[in-house]
Design a protein around this ligand. Structure first.
Ligand code: ZN
Length: 242
């Protein structure tokens, strides 16, 4: 183990109040690409940018086109939790992790067994009828073509936060409280450029801010420990040694 990994392990061993905050990089190791990092890939197939397609006004106006992109680029029903998800779940069982906060909508933390998960951007596993509020699972989206409709005739929308939509304030406030009270804050797989990541980190008051990210982030100066490695390998290695 490298000196940085040994330090990370020691910090984890000595805390029972760790909060993990993760971004798209946590799921890329499960084969789910970050749609933001690959705009070029879509240009030939889609007339609009991913950010435009994944906006509420686009959903309202071009629902069928939204679903074409969404099914192809946002849903990965075969994806499995990777070492990062599994390590975080194990650390929660050991009483070390108090909360996992994620910007991902794939539900992989819950699949891995984590209980206290805050999904800031919602979940693709839940889908709601816009008229009657009936809840549908992911199969409803996967098994339908074009626009999925409720038995009442209403349009079904994934329970994910689209661009132009507000975050769920209850989820956000509880996440903010967890960060505020945390002894250790581990941030992984995010460049911290996506709202509301930065605002969340600003609430942390402790002196054990750990960044695990392959590239630089705007918070490197504030971090107490930076690990420029793959997040699954890093957390997997630490767990293996505990
Ligand atoms: Zn309905």
């Amino acid at each position: 183990m490298t000196p940085a990994l040994i330090k990370l392990q020691s910090i984890i061993q000595n805390s029972d109040n760790i909060v993990f905050f993760g971004g798209a990089g946590v799921s890329t190791e499960s084969g789910i690409p970050d749609f933001r990092s690959a705009d070029g890939l879509y240009s030939s197939k889609y007339k609009y940018s991913p950010e435009t397609i994944l906006s509420r006004s686009f959903f309202n106006k071009h629902t069928e086109e939204f679903y074409r992109f969404y099914r192809e680029k946002m849903l990965y029903p075969g994806a499995k939790p990777n070492k990062a998800h599994l390590a975080l779940s194990e650390l929660e069982k050991q009483g070390k992790i108090k909360a996992v906060i994620t910007q991902n909508v794939d539900g992989l933390h819950t699949f891995a067994g984590s209980k206290n998960v805050f999904e800031l951007h919602g979940s693709a596993l839940r889908n709601l009828c816009l008229d009657c509020g009936k809840v549908y699972d992911l199969d409803k989206i996967l098994d339908s073509e074009g626009i999925p409709y409720c038995t009442c005739g209403g349009t079904i929308k994934p329970d994910v936060i689209l661009y132009e939509e507000a975050l769920d304030m209850n989820v956000m406030m509880t996440a903010v409280e967890a960060v505020y009270d945390a002894d250790v804050l581990i941030v992984g797989g995010t460049s911290l450029n996506v709202y509301p990541a930065a605002g969340l980190i600003d609430r942390y008051r402790g002196d054990k801010l750990i960044l695990i990210n392959k590239s630089k982030t705007s918070y490197d100066k504030r971090a107490n420990l930076i690990i420029r490695e793959n997040i699954g390998e890093t957390l997997g290695a630490v767990i293996g040694e505990l």
